[in-house]
Ligand binder design. Structure first.
Ligand code: NAP
Length: 240
């Protein structure tokens, strides 16, 4: 059975990705850092025979390395890594503290870098693998109040393109997805007025779901997607 590690894989977009990969026949390691209830429910949905929870903070390199080492020693090397864990701390740049800036960059950007570093050796030995980074439309177009989030997500795009060039010859592909507005906890606290004005800018006239993003992950992990490398794939209903 092939192994997939989904960071932030127990709720929102990550949950949809974990369920989709399990349906595709992967054994899924669903990572989380604090959402215990969501984590328990996910295992109930997928089943213990296809899913295991791994609790670590993606922004903590020691925890990342220790957890991935444990997975590799007990189950084997990871075939698919989805760097999905992410946070926002939205405010005007002038108001953001150093701690807030550091935390967003650490979780969103360094987290993906640490997890990728930790799985690559195993993928090289196995002569194959897939890394998928969940970036954001905000990393492409920017947004006031989201400067640091945008920087972290734009950073992920540069990271994706460079790592794709490092690893392509070893049968390891690295791609990014840039979701638009997806209905999850991350977007639930936007006020109704902003939501409605946003809806007007989405040509397909609806917000996205985790399953919309998971469908692209499903394609990227397939055999057929072997020639797709260093790509940045928008899933945004046409909101450019
Ligand atoms: P969400 O519902 O808030 O889920 C975020 C996930 O990340 C949770 O499972 C959370 O688990 C995990 N996480 C956060 N910090 C972590 C850490 N330090 N270590 C490990 N896991 C951590 O958000 P979402 O909307 O599904 O977002 C998923 C990804 O899609 C994010 O990278 C986000 O930036 C990106 N995205 C979302 C949208 C959107 O419209 N929703 C659009 C574009 C991109 P814990 O609660 O256990 O920490």
């Amino acid at each position: 059975m092939k192994l997939a590690l989904v960071t932030g894989g127990v709720k929102g977009i990550g949950k949809s990705i974990s369920i989709t990969l399990a349906k595709e026949g992967f054994f899924v390691f669903a990572n989380y850092s604090s959402s215990e209830d969501h984590a328990k429910r996910l295992v109930e949905v997928i089943g213990e025979d296809k899913c295991k929870l791994v609790k670590f903070d993606v922004g903590n390199r020691e925890q990342v390395n220790a957890s991935i080492k444990q997975i590799e020693e007990s189950f084997g090397s990871v075939d698919v890594l989805v760097n999905n864990a992410g946070i926002t701390k939205d405010d005007l740049l002038i108001r953001l503290s150093e701690a807030d800036i550091e935390r967003v960059l650490r979780v969103n950007l360094l987290g993906a870098i640490f997890c990728s570093q930790a799985v690559i050796r195993g993928m090289l030995k196995k002569r194959g693998g897939r890394i998928i980074n969940i970036s954001s439309i905000i990393g492409e177009i920017g947004n006031p109040g989201q400067t640091i989030y945008a920087a972290s997500k734009a950073g992920l795009i540069g990271f994706t393109k460079s790592l794709a060039k490092e690893l392509g010859s070893r049968n390891i592909t690295v791609n990014a997805i840039t979701p638009g507005y997806i209905e999850t906890d991350m977007t639930s606290n936007l006020n109704e007025e902003i939501k409605q004005s946003m809806l007007k800018s989405i040509p397909v006239s609806r917000f996205g779901s985790g399953d919309d993003v998971a469908a692209v992950v499903k394609f990227l992990v397939s055999e057929e997607a072997g020639y797709v490398n260093g790509a940045v794939i928008p899933v945004n209903g046409g909101m450019f």
